[in-house]
Design a protein around this ligand. Sequence first.
Ligand SMILES: [Fe+2]
Ligand SMILES: [Fe+2]
Length: 171
Amino acid sequence: MARRGNSIIKGLDINDIITRLNKAYADEWLAYYQYFIEAKVVKGIMKDAAIAELDQHAADELRHANLVSDRILQLGGTPLLNPKDWFTHTNCGYEEPKDFDVVSILEDSIKGEQCAISVYSDLADLTRDKDIVTYDIVSQILADEVEHEEDLQALHDDITEFITDIKKNIN
Ligand SMILES: [Fe+2]
Ligand SMILES: [Fe+2]
């Protein structure tokens, strides 16, 4: 635990920050697995572009899990030790892919990113000017999640537009 490092935290309960970071940590692992498995099972038009995006997101979520767990340890906490705990601590849950069509997979993922944006935005609001180190980490992650949502939405819109064009040409 970083004693001097933690002494600079102002007006916040460190245990509360640890609890919230552990919830975000659970989200990151579930998001990692969601992207991992979506990239394996996705089907349909322009699926190669979707796979590249999903794989990239999986790598980013795993990197986020790393950042968040390192901060939990610095604060004197313990990152969740058992994957079973991911489901009881998660904010955003897990969207099991039921329909493997690329459009439906992208829609599930967009929902997950929107939840992540709310979680990190709340964490940034909580820590701003009070716990600068956590604030810095959650802000970096927030910027990634905003980019993730945008990338998925852009791909989703390209694919649905492409499908509409094909249908028009057939008729
Ligand atoms: Fe993430
Ligand atoms: Fe993300």
